[in-house]
Design a protein around this ligand. Structure first.
Ligand SMILES: *Cc1c(COP(=O)(O)O)cnc(C)c1O
Length: 646
C-alpha cells in the first residue's frame, strides 16, 4: 500500500479544511433530503425525520455496534424511521395540496412490491402506512400473495397489475370478497374475457381498472413504458372495446379505475404534467361513456434527486414533492371542473421515492493501488534507443499550447517502444524507464489541462488515467446492480474523517475482480465526476464508505454474481433521545447458502473433500492430524460469509 500524497485534490480547499467543505464536495445537503448530514466530528449522521435536531445518530457508532456483535462488512442498514418519514411526507404533501386547492377527492398511496420485495420492507410499509391507508400494488401472482398476507386495512387499495392468469384473477376476486379494495387492472385486451368468466364462476363482482398507453414520451433511463410503442396498456380502440364488452355484459359499473405508468424516475415535471393532462381527458371520456369512475391511478415515476442537482438530468428531478402534488391536483381540477365531473380518488404507485432513502450500504476498503511515478534521470544513457530520446523530447517541449500534440506523440512513442520490447530489441529495464517517462508526461499534461478554459475532447477525463484504485469489500452486481447495468449514479462518500482533507482521487473497484466490477462515475453538481475524492488509507484503521439511497430496486435485482451472496442486513430504530437500537439482524448468505442456490450438494462436497484428504494420507503427503486441520478449514470456509472477512 502506498501513502504518498501526490494526487492533491484541489489547492484551494487545502487552505483549511472544514466540515462545510466536505458538505459541498460530496453534496450531502443537496441529495440527503435532510436525512443525512456531517457531524462536528466529521462523521455522517442520520436524522431520522429529515429535520435537524438532537435526535441524530452517527454511522460510526452504528459500525462500532455492528463490530461488537461480530457481524462483518459489507452491511446494508435499514432505517425504519426514514421509511416512516417518507410515507408521511408523501401523504402530507398530497393532503396539503388537496386542502389548498379545495380538491373534493382524497389521496391514497400504494407501494409497488417489486421496488423492494423483501418481507421486512413490505411489512414496514403497511405498518407505517396504516394511518394513511397506504396500500400495495402487485405485479404478479407471487406479489399478490405477499400483499394479501401483509395488508390488513380494508380502506387501503390493493392494485393488481401485470399479466393475469386464472389463478391470479381468482386470488384478486377473493381478496375483493374478503373486503379489500382490490382492483384488477386490465393490461391487455385478452384479460377481460377471463375476468368476466371467473367473476361469473365465483359469483364475485369484480372491481376493474384499465391501463392505458400514454402518447407522451418521457425522458429518463426507465421510461420505456411510455409512448405509443410501450408494451403495456391499451390503446384507445382497445379501451373502447373493453367499455363495449362491459356494457354488453351489463357490468360497466365495475369499471372504476384508470391507470397509466409513465416509467420510473421521471426527471422532468413537464413530462408529468403532459401525461396527466392526457390521462384526465381519457378519464373524462370514460365518465361520459357511463363507467362508474372513482379512481385515477398515476402509477410510479416520482423521482429521487440522487445527485442533488435539482435538474432534469436522469439521476435527478427538476421538481419538489410539493410541486409534484400541486401540479397533479391543478391539472385534474382544471379539466374536470369544466364539465362538472366529480374529483376522483388519486392513487400513486410511488415506489422509488418511498424506499430509496431507507437503506445505506456500508463497506470497508481493503486495499489501494495508487498511481505513482518515479523521478526520471535528467539524461538518458548514451546507448538508449533513439525512440527513447524522442519520448524524452516530448517531455521537454511540452507546453500549454501543444498538449494534444504531445499527448498523441507520447502514446505513439510508448507503443513503438513496447513493440521493440516484444521483438527483444530493448531490455526490461529500458521498458520500465519508457513507461515511467510516459507517465511523467501524462502527469505534466494533466497539470496543464487544468489551466485550460476548454478542454480538447481527446483530453477529457484524462485525469482518470492516473486515478488511484480503492478496493471495496462489496459487489457492485449484488448491491448496486443499476450502477453496473445502466450507469445509474448513487451518492457515495466516506462516513468518517470528513474533518480531514481528502487527498486522493479514486476509482472504486469491488472484490469480484470483474472488469465491470467498478464504479468510475460519481455524482457532481453540474456534471458527472470520473473520480471520487477520498482520504489516504491508514495502516492501523479501517476506512469506511457508504453508498446512499439504495433502498429502491437494488436489492432484488442483485444476482449471485461470483457467488457473492446477500450482505448482512441490520435494521436500526432511533429513539427520541437519539439512542439507537438494533431491532433486526439478518445474517447474509454463507458460502454454503450460495452454493446450495446453484444446486451444489454441500454435504456431498465435504464427503468428496474428505476422500481427497484421506488419499493424501495414503500417499504420504499429509498426516492424519493435518487432515483434521484441513477438514476444519474447509468446513468453516463453507459456513463463512461470502465477503472478505478480516
Ligand atoms: C415499477 C412500477 C412502479 C414504481 O415506479 P416508481 O418510479 O419506483 O415509483 C409503479 N407502477 C408500475 C406499474 C410499475 O411497473
Amino acid at each position: 500500500m502506498n501513502h504518498t500524497k501526490k494526487n492533491k485534490v484541489n489547492k484551494t480547499i487545502l487552505e483549511r479544511w472544514q466540515i462545510d467543505h466536505a458538505r459541498d464536495l460530496y453534496g450531502i445537503n443537496k441529495w440527503s433530503s435532510g436525512y443525512f448530514d456531517i457531524s462536528k466530528k466529521g462523521e455522517v449522521v442520520i436524522h431520522p425525520t429529515g429535520k435537524k435536531g438532537k435526535k441524530s445518530v452517527s454511522l460510526m457508532d452504528i459500525i462500532s455496534g455492528i463490530k461488537d456483535r461480530g457481524l462483518g462488512m459489507p452491511v446494508l442498514l435499514r432505517f425504519g424511521d426514514i421509511l416512516q418519514s417518507r410515507i408521511m411526507r408523501l401523504h402530507e404533501s398530497f393532503n396539503h395540496a388537496i386542502k389548498e386547492y379545495g380538491y373534493q377527492g382524497i389521496y391514497r398511496g400504494v407501494y409497488p412490491i417489486k421496488v423492494n420485495q423483501q418481507q421486512q420492507v413490505v411489512e414496514e410499509v403497511t405498518h407505517f402506512g396504516s394511518r394513511y391507508h397506504h396500500g400495495l400494488e402487485a405485479g404478479s401472482k407471487a406479489e399478490l400473495i405477499a400483499a394479501i398476507s401483509l395488508l390488513k386495512d380494508p380502506e387501503a387499495c390493493l392494485i393488481c397489475n401485470g399479466y393475469k392468469d386464472e389463478e391470479f384473477i381468482d386470488l384478486g376476486l377473493y381478496a375483493k370478497k374478503m373486503g379489500f379494495i382490490c382492483c384488477l387492472v386490465i393490461e391487455m385486451p385478452s384479460e377481460l374475457p377471463l375476468i368476466l368468466e371467473r367473476a361469473k364462476e365465483l359469483d364475485i363482482k369484480p372491481m376493474i381498472g384499465i391501463r392505458i398507453k400514454i402518447s407522451t414520451k418521457a425522458g429518463g433511463h426507465w421510461t420505456e413504458s411510455s409512448g405509443d410503442k410501450s408494451i403495456f396498456g391499451l390503446n384507445t380502440t382497445q379501451l373502447l372495446s373493453v367499455v363495449d364488452q362491459l356494457r354488453d355484459a351489463n357490468m360497466l359499473d365495475c369499471l372504476q379505475l384508470l391507470h397509466y405508468h409513465l416509467g420510473s424516475q421521471i426527471p422532468n415535471i413537464r413530462d408529468i404534467r403532459l401525461a396527466i393532462t392526457e390521462a384526465i381527458r381519457v378519464y373524462e371520456g370514460l365518465v361520459l361513456e357511463g363507467a362508474s369512475m372513482k379512481y385515477l391511478d398515476l402509477g410510479g415515476g416520482l423521482a429521487v434527486d440522487y445527485d442533488g442537482s435539482h435538474t432534469n438530468f436522469t439521476s435527478s428531478r427538476n421538481y419538489s414533492l410539493d410541486e409534484y402534488c400541486a401540479d397533479i391536483i391543478e391539472v385534474i381540477m382544471g379539466t374536470l371542473d369544466e364539465k362538472g365531473i366529480p374529483h376522483p380518488t388519486i392513487i400513486t404507485e410511488s415506489g422509488r421515492a418511498t424506499v430509496a432513502y431507507y437503506s445505506v450500504l456500508l463497506f470497508n476498503v481493503l486495499d489501494a493501488s495508487c498511481f505513482e511515478t518515479y523521478p526520471i534521470p535528467s539524461k538518458l544513457p548514451e546507448e538508449s534507443h533513439e525512440l527513447m530520446f524522442k519520448l524524452m523530447d516530448v517531455m521537454q517541449v511540452l507546453h500549454i499550447k501543444n498538449l494534444q500534440e504531445c499527448y498523441n506523440d507520447a502514446i505513439y512513442y510508448r507503443d513503438e517502444i513496447r513493440q521493440l520490447f516484444k521483438h527483444g530489441s530493448i531490455t526490461l529495464r529500458e521498458k520500465a524507464l519508457c513507461e515511467n517517462i510516459f507517465w511523467n508526461v501524462i502527469q505534466k499534461i494533466i497539470k496543464e489541462v487544468k489551466k485550460l478554459k476548454t478542454i480538447p475532447q481527446e483530453l477529457e477525463g484524462i485525469e482518470t488515467s492516473i486515478a488511484d484504485i480503492y478496493y471495496g469489500n462489496f459487489s457492485v452486481f449484488q448491491s448496486v446492480p443499476d450502477s453496473w447495468a445502466i450507469g445509474h449514479l448513487f451518492p457515495i462518500m466516506p462516513v468518517h474523517r470528513l474533518n480531514e482533507t481528502p487527498t486522493r482521487n479514486v476509482i472504486l473497484a469491488d472484490i469480484t475482480c470483474d472488469c465491470d466490477g467498478k464504479i468510475d462515475r460519481f455524482i457532481d453538481q453540474y456534471d458527472v465526476k470520473n473520480t471520487l475524492p477520498l482520504h489516504d488509507l491508514k495502516l492501523d484503521e479501517e476506512y469506511y464508505l457508504g453508498i446512499f439511497l439504495v433502498g429502491a430496486y437494488q436489492e432484488t435485482l442483485g444476482d449471485l454474481h461470483n457467488l457473492l451472496g446477500d450482505t448482512n442486513i441490520v435494521s436500526i430504530k432511533i429513539s427520541k433521545e437519539g439512542d439507537f437500537e438494533f431491532i433486526k439482524e439478518i445474517e447474509g448468505d454463507s458460502v454454503e447458502d450460495v452454493l446450495s442456490y446453484v444446486e451444489y450438494d454441500t454435504k456431498d462436497m465435504i464427503a468428496r473433500f474428505r476422500n481427497l484428504a484421506e488419499q493424501s494420507i495414503r500417499n504420504g503427503l499429509i498426516t492424519p492430524k493435518e487432515r483434521k486441520k484441513i477438514m476444519n478449514a474447509f468446513r468453516s470456509g463453507m459456513r463463512g460469509y461470502t465477503y472478505f472477512e478480516r
